[in-house]
Write a protein that binds this ligand. Structure first.
Ligand code: HEM
Length: 335
């Protein structure tokens, strides 16, 4: 009975779904034909290729094997692997942030909504990064760290090119001259001239002798040309320039201003402070201060209140700028 009852219905469904499928297939084949014809390619050859092509799988698509083989510790200390992985995670976050910055920068018809949407994404990546730093505070054994780091000099996160490119993408090059010299360059100053005074260069140069750290020298050998080229390229496409390209009305939009402020704080206060916190956790033991692998006077160099890098100075009050990064140091670090 069940069979008799089911048969006609099943046939009916199959017949109709096959017809619907055929129409859909035809439509797709037609579209494919147009696609390949437009570039002078043979549709049939590509369809046959599809027949032989293997299925996409997760491990190849995500590159799992490659990813899991990127950790190459230089010592036998287990926590060195954690150290490498955490740097790699952070670099991937930097990459996804750059990906968003690029979308804003290269958008030729930018409007406030697009700006806000992509900047919100960037802020949520920064937020996740800042929160994740707790992992590193307790994630390694300090004794192991102080041993394996001896094998790593003169390398330092200081040499992260993505970190520098994010800075370049975010603001006018002149705003990367921080500290007491912020705002000292005129609008028509050349990128080469400003580059000599960016905050990170000055932080890694001995003021009295003018001698650069080896970390900086090596970084410059590899990346100076790229940085100068990008500095020029991003003149019109950095976030601050893109903000200025919006209509006057959009530039005063409270939501946009709030989100820009959050971005400035995440990049130039919250993350630098969180990083400073875990650097201090490992490099400071009681009164004893370890030398950094990158050779900076790190306690003077890293805190935002000394760096005073501000991407969007015009949206902050004079008082806020003068107190840049101070509240956290007073409330948290000096307790
Ligand atoms: C125990 C862990 C860490 C310590 C002790 C530490 C220490 C330092 C120190 C002392 C500096 C100043 C340059 C120098 O003299 O070396 C520095 C710079 C830097 N580090 Fe780390 N760091 C740690 C982890 C990380 C991680 C996981 C990242 C993620 C990529 C990172 C990214 C950076 C960046 C981007 C700079 C340059 C900051 C600037 O120029 O303002 N660091 N780090």
């Amino acid at each position: 009975m069940w069979g008799n009852y089911m048969m006609p219905n099943t046939r009916y469904v199959l017949h109709h779904s096959k017809m619907a499928l055929d129409e859909k297939v035809l439509e797709v084949v037609e579209r494919l034909g147009e696609k390949y014809e437009s570039v002078g390619e043979d549709l049939l050859a590509h369809l046959e290729g599809l027949y032989y092509r293997d299925y996409v799988n997760y491990w190849d698509y995500v590159g799992v094997d490659a990813l899991l083989n990127l950790q190459k510790p230089r010592t036998k200390y287990p926590d060195e692997t954690t150290f490498i992985i955490y740097h790699q995670i952070t670099e991937l976050y930097f990459k996804v942030i750059m990906h968003e910055l690029e979308q804003i920068g290269f958008n030729e018809n930018l409007n406030k909504d697009f700006f806000v949407k992509h900047l919100k994404r960037i802020n949520s990546y920064w937020s996740a990064l800042v929160q994740s730093t707790d992992v590193l505070v307790g994630g390694m054994d300090a004794d192991q760290f102080l041993e394996f780091r001896k094998a790593l000099a003169p390398s330092s996160g200081f040499q992260s090119i993505q970190y520098r490119l994010m800075e370049l993408w975010s603001t006018d090059f002149r705003n990367l001259v921080g500290g007491d010299q912020a705002g000292k360059f005129a609008e028509d100053a050349s990128i080469e001239e400003i580059y000599e005074h960016v905050y990170w260069k000055e932080g890694a140069t001995d003021i009295t002798t003018g001698k650069k750290t080896l970390t900086l020298t090596q970084f410059e050998e590899k990346y100076s040309k790229l940085i100068i080229r990008k500095g020029k390229e991003f003149r019109e496409t950095n976030l601050l320039a893109k903000f200025h390209s919006l209509s006057k009305e959009e530039q005063q939009d409270p939501e946009l201003l709030e989100i820009l402020k959050q971005y400035d704080i995440h990049s130039n206060v919250n993350w630098p402070l969180a990083h400073y916190r875990f650097a201090a956790r490992y490099l400071k033991r009681g009164d004893h201060v370890e030398r950094a692998t990158g050779g900076t006077n790190w306690q003077q160099y890293l805190p935002p209140k000394f760096q005073k890098v501000i991407y969007f100075p015009e949206i902050w009050t004079q008082e806020e700028k003068e107190n840049w990064g101070k509240a956290w140091v007073e409330n948290t670090f000096l307790q």
